[in-house]
Ligand binder design. Structure first.
Ligand code: FAD
Length: 489
């Protein structure tokens, strides 16, 4: 798929989607599958916001049982099943251990009760029901877990995916279905007439030109930016108010053999995860108030120290100094405004809100339920537009696998990346910057291979494909290196 800015002009879309995270990507694919004429603009790269910075779990969210959010858990378990079916190459079963230690506020009996409810809300159709393990058996499965005070563990299943790739694959499929999707195109304003938006003002961040894009309906799927984008319209604002929180992950050398580990933090009782990621483990996440610009969220020293202290207590024999942290990544949760003071207790529910005649905003939500949220948004748009469209098909139509068979020279062994992956990203997947390839078309930036040495090689491969001069190649490298350094602890 080529990045062709002229494809936006002279169009009258049924729907223009603003935001190329998983919600926007889900909406554009859903609408294209229903035969609607649909476009999508993203101010930066696809998935560059929250949708490449999640814990990468497609999960029922057993933590929300504590908040008695049974509806959300039930819906998430159903979506987990659907996503395994439509994208088995992305959404893979992941076995978890939840060890219980003496002195924690959560007992083995209470956890077993919660997990019975979790199986029940999944209608007993998860990969396997949970199992209780003795301390001995838990240590056989994951020998590096702390044995001090270990009472036993519960084993259960959720799923894992590569959030950035999954999102990009939705965009690519929507493009194949006839949608016009463009990265590096920012919405800068709306042209309105009375209570209706007639066009979006769009700035091409690559070519620096501006244009107006007309559509009958506009869907604001900009996650943590949803209030900012809504405020570009003259319509009411309260319904898009957020209580955002920041979540930090550390990328550490692999800590477990085969399992992810969910555990209760010793300092504040929150549930944290250690998730296998190739030769690494993702450790997270924090959940703290965030009032800044989502473009500039990053890990603070206190975030790194909190996560390292927790994981050291769980894996006492692992060498876990700050120098072992390969990198960090940070996302902003767009949570519905709430008076709940504890960030972790805030609802992950979503709303589709209408402003004026033809602007819809998606507020709140979680990655796991993106498909159902997109369906709800497209259903609302179809109803308001009174157009004839096919019914939603995203629960049945397989998501194609867009990754080419690897050939040629290897750039990195861990993660495995070939030169052909980079060529494909530039020629077929609208990669525009070095960061797009390092972070969102490959997993290089979530490992030590994301450092300057390999980034230089990747830039060298990209330069002739994207027509970069040597000055541009150097500028791309410097921008990426700055981003890489910002994410070091
Ligand atoms: C730390 C953390 C861990 C998480 N873990 C999980 C998990 O394991 N499982 C799960 O189910 N959920 C998880 N979530 C939640 C999940 O990641 C989010 O719900 C989801 O990614 C939100 O997607 P989105 O498309 O709404 O937002 P985003 O991915 O942020 O996309 C919004 C897009 O809008 C673009 N945009 C903004 N302004 C404009 C503009 N003016 N013009 C054009 N484009 C614009 C942005 O650049 C951005 O790409 C986690 C969230 C966080 C923060």
């Amino acid at each position: 798929m080529n990045r062709d800015i002229s494809a936006l002009s002279d169009q009258y879309f049924d729907i223009l989607v603003i935001g190329g995270g998983i919600f926007g990507a889900g909406v554009v694919r859903d609408a294209a599958l229903r035969g609607l004429h649909v476009g999508l603009i993203e101010k930066s790269d696809f998935a560059s916001g929250t949708s490449s910075r999640s814990s990468k779990l497609i999960h029922g969210g057993f933590r929300y049982l504590q908040q008695r959010d049974f509806k959300l858990v039930f819906e998430s378990c159903g979506e987990r099943r659907i996503l395994q079916r439509i994208a088995p190459h992305h959404v893979r079963p992941l076995p978890f251990l939840f060890p219980i230690y003496k002195g924690g506020s959560l007992s083995l009996a209470k956890l077993r009760l919660g997990m019975t409810l979790y199986d029940w809300l999944a209608l007993y159709r998860n990969i396997a029901p949970h199992r209780t393990l003795s301390a001995k058996r838990a240590l056989e499965k994951e020998p590096s877990l702390s044995r001090h005070g270990l009472r036993g563990a519960v084993m259960f299943y959720d799923c894992q995916e590569d959030d950035a790739r999954f999102c990009v694959d939705h965009i690519l499929h929507a493009g194949e279905l006839g949608a016009v999707c463009l990265n590096y195109c920012a919405l800068t304003g709306f042209v309105t007439r009375e209570d209706r938006i007639v066009a979006a003002r769009v700035r091409d961040e690559v070519g620096s030109c501006t244009s107006e894009v007309t559509a009958r309906m506009f869907i604001n799927a900009t996650g943590p930016w949803v209030e900012q984008v809504r405020a570009l319209s003259p319509f009411d604002g309260d319904a898009t108010r957020l209580s955002p929180t920041k979540g930090v992950h550390l990328v550490l050398p692999r800590l477990t053999q085969d399992h992810a580990v969910a555990f209760q933090s010793r300092s504040d009782g929150r549930v944290l995860f250690v998730i296998p990621w190739g030769d690494y483990s993702l450790v997270g996440t924090t959940d703290t108030e965030f009032h800044g610009d989502p473009d500039h969220a990053h890990a603070e020293r206190a975030d790194v120290e909190y996560l390292l202290a927790e994981v050291r207590a769980l894996f006492p024999d692992a060498p876990l100094s700050e120098a072992e942290v390969a990198t960090t990544f940070t996302g902003v949760r767009s949570l519905l405004a709430s008076d709940v003071s504890s960030p972790s207790a805030r609802s992950r529910e979503h709303r589709v809100v209408r402003h004026g005649r033809n602007l819809l905003s998606i507020v709140g939500g979680k990655y796991t339920t993106y498909r159902a949220i997109a369906q709800q948004a497209v259903d609302a748009a179809v109803k308001i537009l009174s157009v004839t469209a096919q019914p939603c098909r995203t629960a049945e139509v397989l998501l194609p696998n867009h990754r080419p068979a690897p050939t040629g020279e290897k750039i990195s062994d861990s993660p495995v990346v070939y030169v052909s992956d980079i060529t494909h990203a530039c020629e077929q997947e609208m990669a525009v910057t070095l960061s797009d390839v390092m972070r969102r078309r490959t997993q290089l930036a979530l490992s030590r291979a994301g450092g300057p040495e390999i980034a230089l090689q990747v830039a060298r491969v990209m330069a002739p494909l994207l027509g970069w001069s040597s000055d541009e190649e150097r500028a791309q490298f410097e921008r990426y290196a700055e981003e890489w350094n910002r994410n070091l602890p």
